[in-house]
Write a new protein. Sequence first.
Length: 262
Amino acid sequence: MILLSFDTEEFDVPKEHGVPFTLQQGMDVSVEGTRRILDCLKDNGVKATFFCTANFVKNAPEIMKRIMDEGHEVACHGVDHWQPQDTDVKESKQVIESLIGRTVYGYRQPRMFPVSDSEIKAQGYQYNSSLNPAFIPGRYMHLDAPRTCFMCEGVLQIPASVTPWVRFPLFWLALHNLPQSLYHLLVRRVLAHDGYFVTYFHPWEFFDLKEHPEYKMPFIIRNNSGRQMVKRLDTLIRMLKERGHSFVTYHDFATRKIQELS
């Protein structure tokens, strides 16, 4: 099973590099990237989970309607991506559910930073996908965390996939920068070992970042961004479909997994 997801937030990475950037600028970039993602998913007939900030849901009603109309899952990704607050677990669920008219089952903390498991449970989430069980300098040091799904306080934890043994992360940066053949090989290794594959991307990766030097994006982010990234995602999906793998939403996966673990 393939758990494909997108952290659907207002683009704010330029702020990390000292570039002033408004919410509207961030929304413009992410909306265009989301359109390209949806086109790719529709062309391939697969479903995904979109972890959305409340900011994104409030400011992009048309693209949110398309996400839902095309059968994808909407989950929570906090309120304001740039300034996460302890209240986001509760507030984002309330705001997003009221705007989309659907129950939200999952949560992912912005930047996959730590989040209160007890608060996740208290707000009635089914699953939490806020863990990258790898070592990434300056970001994560989770080598002692489980690398596959586990229960915590009655909530299913769904870590991002890393390779067995060395725990090489197979998230968005890996697809940007590894040779595609190597990335595909590592994904197949995870599938053979774990039986499922969990990964995530962001809409702004599918925007033509190389055309905007004023954003001051590092090379590892600009590399293969925009339409090149659309092509890489399309190639990955086609490879997995050709090998008979099914694409499921996180909610569907969590429902099955919780039954297995209980």
